[in-house]
Ligand binder design. Structure first.
Ligand code: OAD
Length: 275
């Protein structure tokens, strides 16, 4: 084995203590909702947004890149910035935290994964019951009419043009100042209001409306677990705030619960084969 394994981000780094009362609460829970943010993909090599130095918003101005006004002003810049981010994501892959969430879904009677991430890694890992609140960077839609566009003619236009109406194409992500699609918002809020356990992972909880979800769950009587190496506003209301990375904590949680680890094992196996 070399010093820097090709799939190093998939490794479990250290032992984590999972409190007994958390294990008991999870095993009793019928309904679990998980909210993920950029921190879940950090160990896949995808940058987060708000961390000093490394966060995307420390280097780029969201008003120039992630608003409809920015796109209207400079569509080429915005299209190319998202093309760059898409290429970063295409070079990366899900990590053990994504796979651990698949194992949790399989073992939990009612499980909904709500993600703010647009990288599609939860799908790729095998999560199925999920809501992508902020869209998916792999999809493209028409800026004028909003319909999803799967194909467009190759031309020199940047951004390319919608084959139906000739309007500009844009990524199917939610920008600042735009609303989250109704069905996604309703599914996330209904599930948060009726769950027994809410788990917030790798989010700074600074962007609405996602940041309200753990608070709603708490107010409606759910227990709240947070997994994040840093303190956030959620740490103050959480019943358990486990300070560790998603890859450190989530596989350890699955094992402590005694759940099958098929997805984790499969990922570890394929990482060994890659080396
Ligand atoms: P942020 O960048 O705001 O927060 C990332 C969080 O992940 C921080 O709290 C970190 O401490 C934590 N973190 C870092 N590494 C981690 C690791 N390995 N394991 C677990 N946690 C880790 O990202 P989000 O909260 O996802 O929206 O940001 C929410 C939204 O703001 C994004 O969806 C995006 C952004 O602007 C839009 O673009 C609309």
């Amino acid at each position: 084995m070399g010093a820097a394994p090709a799939f190093g981000a998939l490794r479990e780094h250290m032992a984590v203590h999972i409190p007994d009362d958390l294990i008991e609460a999870y095993r009793k829970a019928e309904r679990v909702v998980v909210l993920t943010g950029a921190g879940v993909s950090a160990e896949s090599g995808v940058p987060t947004f708000r961390e000093a130095q490394t966060g995307l918003w420390a280097q780029y101005d969201p008003r120039e890149l992630a608003t409809p006004q920015a796109f209207a002003r400079n569509p080429r810049l915005v299209w190319e910035w998202y093309a760059w981010r898409r290429s970063l994501i295409q070079k990366a892959r899900p990590n053990l935290a994504h796979y651990a969430l698949v194992d949790l879904e399989q073992a939990t009677p009612h499980f909904l994964l709500v993600t703010q991430n647009i990288d599609g890694f939860h799908w790729l890992a095998g999560s199925r019951d999920m809501v992508e609140l902020h869209g998916n960077i792999a999809r493209t839609k028409c800026f004028d009419e909003g319909h999803i566009v799967g194909w467009w003619p190759e031309t020199d236009d940047v951004p390319p043009r919608c084959p139906h109406c000739g309007g500009l194409l844009r990524p199917d992500v939610v920008w600042f100042g735009e609303g989250i699609p109704d069905h996604a918002l309703r599914a996330a809020f209904d599930a948060a209001a009726s769950c027994d356990l809410f788990v917030s992972i790798g989010t700074s909880a600074m962007v609405q409306p996602a940041a309200q979800l753990p608070l709603i769950a708490k107010r409606m009587g759910a227990k709240v677990l947070e997994i994040n190496p840093q303190q956030t506003a959620i740490s103050l209301v959480a019943d358990w705030a486990l300070q560790g990375t998603a890859v450190e904590v989530l596989p350890a949680l699955v094992r402590a619960l005694g759940f099958p680890t098929n997805a984790i094992d499969g990922a570890q196996q394929s990482s060994t084969n890659d080396e």
